[in-house]
Design a protein around this ligand. Structure first.
Ligand code: HEM
Length: 398
């Protein structure tokens, strides 16, 4: 239980938000499970315990119909998504798109990702100024996922604004009303995607929306699930990768020796991206609902308990990672949990890794003297409960 006055972990506290890592360190040293009255959930942070929860989907469910404090904005109007479902619904939904995310299909997207990255960096070079979030990280992932889905990329700024408003609403403490901007953004996003689906019904193309419409027509997917699917792919495919790019660039800028090493040894890129994911994870936590009595780290959990697994804390667990607070682009082994584990392991992990490695390689090649504009300036993070991403990252080019 929490101590009387000071909450054990308050993810709504701006100070925790600015730098959660000292709080995770304390969490890792504390007893394995803590109930937080503030978020009405048990918090699990040790690597082995987080892994245990994520891999036991029969006990720890992703289907959390109501009653958790994190569920107040109903993005999908009650329709199932793979992320919010257990087998067999999860299996049916994930199978519909798994062929679109195979390593081969994703690798084939490399030239297109490179071309989009280059055009964004051309604009940066022409201006001579680089705000890495606005100029690059906020744009690339949404452009890539929009192309994959087959939705007009000209409207990507609108998507990003909707998606930001929706994500920011998760930073509103439980039981407070959702901000009206988030409610409006949800309605606008749903309306836009419903119109895109209708357009595709008459003119199918080689895109993911058309493929999902075919599944709907074959009655494998309900109309509500089809819309919910697109919302999930659009949201999951962009906010997270935006934060990999921002957090990863920041880690490189703050560790000049590691940056120099990556410039000299580009073959380390894949391992550098894994270390960025571990060191400052774009998704810091995930939520489950205990369905059966369980035991985690030697402590009992009652059915009906909401369980929050802190992926980013587990990624700094010294019992799993040597010198966990050091940023080491050559770290081996590096079995981080930034993409989750088990049946909900991130569908887009290969895509995110590919986008990350293309972006970091292109930025380093293009701007040999890249550095933080003002290393002592405080950085601000966007509001979100479990997504960790910078509001802005000003970099100097010359
Ligand atoms: C660096 C970027 C990314 C990170 C850190 C990330 C992280 C995660 C995590 C932690 C989960 C598991 C959540 C849970 O178990 O509750 C997840 C699931 C998922 N991710 Fe990602 N993700 C990233 C990029 C992407 C991209 C590019 C897509 C593309 C569409 C995507 C689509 C999904 C989907 C659909 C799921 C649900 C899978 C399922 O429930 O079976 N993600 N992601």
């Amino acid at each position: 239980m929490e101590s009387n006055q000071v909450p054990f972990f308050n993810p709504f506290d701006p100070e925790v938000h600015a730098n959660p890592y000292p709080h995770y360190q304390r969490m890792l040293q504390a007893p394995p499970l803590r109930f937080s009255a503030l978020i009405s959930a048990v918090i699990v942070s040790r690597y082995d315990d987080v892994e245990r929860v994520l891999t036991d989907f029969q006990t720890f469910s992703n289907h959390r119909p109501q009653a958790t404090p994190f569920q107040q904005l109903d993005l999908t109007a009650g329709a199932a998504t793979m992320l919010g479902a257990d087998p067999p619904v999860h299996t049916r939904l994930r199978q519909l798109v798994s062929r679109d995310f195979t390593p081969r299909r994703i690798a084939a997207m490399a030239p297109r990702i490179k071309a989009i990255t280059d055009s964004l960096l051309d604009a940066v070079a022409a201006r001579g100024e680089f705000e890495a979030m606005a100029d690059l990280a906020n744009q690339l992932p949404v452009l890539v996922i929009a192309e994959m889905l087959g939705i007009p990329t000209q409207r990507h700024r609108e998507f990003k604004a909707w998606s930001n408003a929706i994500i920011a609403s998760s930073a509103v403490p439980p039981h407070m009303p959702r901000p009206p901007q988030a409610v409006q953004a949800t309605a606008a996003l749903r309306e836009f995607l419903a119109a895109e689906i209708e357009r595709r019904r008459h003119r199918p193309g080689p895109d993911l929306i058309s493929a999902l419409i075919a599944s709907e027509q074959a009655e494998v997917l309900s109309p509500g699930e089809l819309l919910a699917f697109l919302i999930l792919l659009l949201m999951a495919g962009n906010e997270t990768t935006t934060n990999l790019i921002g957090n990863g660039l920041l880690a490189l800028m703050r560790h000049p020796q590691q940056l120099a090493r990556l410039r000299n040894e580009p073959a380390l890129m894949a391992s550098a991206v894994e270390e960025m994911l571990r060191f400052d994870s774009p998704v810091q936590g995930a939520i489950r609902l205990a369905r059966k009595p369980a035991n985690v780290g030697g402590v009992g959990i009652e059915p009906g308990t909401v369980v929050v697994v802190m992926l980013a804390a587990a990624n700094r667990d010294p019992s799993r990672f040597e010198r966990p607070d050091q940023f080491d682009i050559a770290r081996q082994p590096n079995e981080h949990l930034a993409f989750g584990r088990g049946i909900h392991f991130c569908l887009g992990a290969q895509l995110a890794r590919l986008e990350g490695s293309i972006v970091f390689a292109s930025v380093l090649e293009r701007f040999p003297r890249l550095r933080l504009t003002d290393p002592s300036a405080p950085l601000s993070y966007r509001g979100s409960l479990f997504l960790r991403g910078l509001a802005a990252l000003p970099l100097a080019l010359g």
